[in-house]
Ligand binder design. Sequence first.
Ligand SMILES: Nc1ncnc2c1ncn2[C@@H]1O[C@H](COP(=O)(O)OP(=O)(O)OP(=O)(O)O)[C@@H](O)[C@H]1O
Length: 247
Amino acid sequence: MHSSDQDNDATRDEHIVFHARGLTKVYRMGEVEVIALRGVDLDLFRGEFVVLLGPSGSGKSTLLNILGGLDRPTEGTVLCRGLDLVQATERELTRFRRRVVGFVFQFYNLIPSLTARENVAIVTEISENPMAPEQALELVGLSKRHDHFPAQLSGGEQQRVAIARAIAKRPEVLLCDEPTGALDSATGISVLEALQRANHDLGTTTAVITHNADIARMADRVVTLSDGRIASISDNPDKIAPRELFW
Ligand SMILES: Nc1ncnc2c1ncn2[C@@H]1O[C@H](COP(=O)(O)OP(=O)(O)OP(=O)(O)O)[C@@H](O)[C@H]1O
């Protein structure tokens, strides 16, 4: 190894947010075993935007849920900012999810009887150093929709409220599982712009699962899973803006 490679590795080490090694996940349902992950090694670095691709059932959601402290691996280790997510107590994991991670899912899970601002405020009220709900809504381009209820918002707008809710507590990490899966392409692009803006303006390390390979063109790195394993990890030096995507 050249010394410059070593220097690069040392610099990258300091920037590691997630360090996962040998992750295996076996779901057991009665007699039936499903092996969802078969020895995944992955590092995620501070501030990067990573897209996770792979066929249905390849283990993307399982991996994201383990990184987010929603599930534990059957074997392997995951470290995040000094916390061992495999050995952590339930209490430590709850604290980790609350402080460190923002989640965005395919379906927005907004509370129908609360306005956009109130949906975001639910999280900011229990966070340590949140931004104002209005600021989070502005970041996702919804400053004129504070007082709308979810039913008065389009799908893309609802998803952007969900993103505002996820980022308002200034999480170090944003984990998104098919955030544009239910949206047409123009609306999906507005959602991706909101994610990119949060990544850029707040420095939030962002991982996005998608079935849409075109979205990989806006990522810093692309991780592809296949049958519970990492099939490839590639850098994307020529990343493009979401509005330049089409599908
Ligand atoms: N809670 C569970 N119980 C049993 N099996 C599960 C569970 N969650 C996932 N699996 C199985 O584990 C495998 C990986 O699932 P996972 O949801 O991680 O894949 P994915 O790549 O995210 O798929 P998709 O793109 O369809 O969402 C699949 O075979 C799935 O059926």
